[in-house]
Write a protein that binds this ligand. Structure first.
Ligand code: KG4
Ligand code: ZN
Length: 360
């Protein structure tokens, strides 16, 4: 079954053809990075206009480079939530039009679930596992039982982790996308130059939650307060490296808590921030835990992950009516840990037992 996946939720205009939810036949990603670069961030109006200009040729190229013609396509999957609504509507409307003309089904896909599916395109992964979804708009830690069944344990109470990277980069004029430039610049900086604070969230309800607004404020407005090394002037690379260290530490500490609680031995990551080199290194250091990352190309927004999950949605009877619309929000991914704690496969272990890293 050939599924065409369309992704226009933010600044990548992408289309892909995936066979049977597994085999990527094509994955065309037209990035708008250089168009948003002068503004140091995504300008929604520019994003949706460019999607309108590009969508036809991106889809056309995806079908052609898969070695197919449009009438070979069995169904269309399209991201319709969450994201920039103007941009989502371009992909969604195009998908509807194409599905209508080809008389094939189409299905709206949740972008975050698609991010989690990305790793499944590259290897067989057994459920359940701990899903860690880190992007520009979301930070989700969840217990994953199937491609469509994610029980959220923790999320951000303010900014998403990628958003924090983007805001810090923007403030210090490091470039865009913030995560990519901070990751690169950090290689030349000292991660211990500044000792930024860990957010103090109330334990219990917020055990697995993260917060990034405090870190962002510390890095942007209170830099000197957290300075540890005094002998030399700091560089932008020191700011980047110290920020990245703190941002990753926050995330990894919550992931460790979630692993202790759920006893899962496997983590699957997804989203743009899953490309971060320090994040990958730290999760790979977790003792006795298998961590699966999508390849860098599949971490960022792409049509293949949409086509992949779309296949499973259609196979289990999912298809949408032409009335379906776009939404900036994530549905069905709200925190349900308290209500569904019984769904763990093994009993939670006590708080005193803890997870160690290789060199601890
Ligand atoms: O998944 P994605 O492409 O789009 C959204 O769904 O938001 O993620 C984009 C986010 C941006 O915030 C970007 O700065 C961040 O992912 N990002 C990174 C890296 N590459 C992209 N953050 C940290 N390190 C990276 N290497
Ligand atoms: Zn994304």
């Amino acid at each position: 079954m050939f599924i065409l996946g369309i992704e226009t939720s933010c600044d990548e205009c992408s289309a892909a053809v995936v066979e049977d939810g597994k085999q990527i036949l094509s994955n065309i990603i037209a990035s708008q990075v250089k168009d948003h670069l002068p503004f140091n961030g995504v300008v929604p109006e520019i994003a949706s206009r460019l999607h309108t200009e590009w969508i036809y040729s991106v889809v056309d190229e995806a079908v052609k480079s898969a070695g197919l013609v449009k009438t070979d396509i069995h169904g269309i999957a399209v991201t319709n939530r969450p994201g920039l609504v103007g941009s989502l509507l371009v992909g969604l409307s195009f998908a509807k039009g194409l599905a209508f003309s080809l008389k094939i089904p189409f299905v709206g896909v949740d972008h975050m679930k698609a991010h989690l599916y990305a790793a499944h395109l590259e290897q067989e992964i057994e459920y359940p596992y701990l899903g860690v979804l880190v992007s520009g708009g979301h930070t989700l830690i969840g217990s994953v039982h199937s491609f469509d069944d994610i029980m959220i344990l923790g999320t951000t109470i303010d900014d998403a982790v990628g958003e924090a990277f983007d805001k810090v980069a923007r403030h210090y004029e490091l470039g865009y996308p913030g995560g990519v430039v901070i990751d690169k610049l950090s290689r030349d900086g000292d991660p211990d130059f500044f000792d930024f604070p860990d957010p103090s969230l109330h334990k219990g309800d917020h055990d697995f939650d993260v917060s990034y607004s405090g870190l962002k404020t510390a890095v942007i407005n209170q830099l000197e307060m957290f300075r540890v090394i005094k002998e030399r002037e700091y560089t932008k690379a020191d700011i980047a490296a110290s920020f990245q260290r703190a941002a990753v530490d926050i995330l990894v500490s919550r992931v460790k808590r979630a692993l202790e609680k759920t006893r899962y031995k496997r983590i699957v990551t997804g989203g743009g921030v899953a490309a971060n080199s320090l994040f990958r290194k730290e999760l790979n250091r977790l003792d006795g835990i298998e961590t699966i990352f999508p390849s860098i190309k599949l971490c960022t927004d792409n049509g293949a992950m949409v086509a992949g999950i779309g296949y499973h949605l259609m196979k289990t009877g999912g298809s949408d009516s032409f009335g379906v619309t776009a939404s900036p929000r994530v549905y069905g991914l709200e925190k349900k840990y308290k209500k569904h704690a019984d769904r763990y496969d093994q009993p939670p272990i006590s708080d005193s037992e803890s997870l160690s890293t290789h060199d601890e």
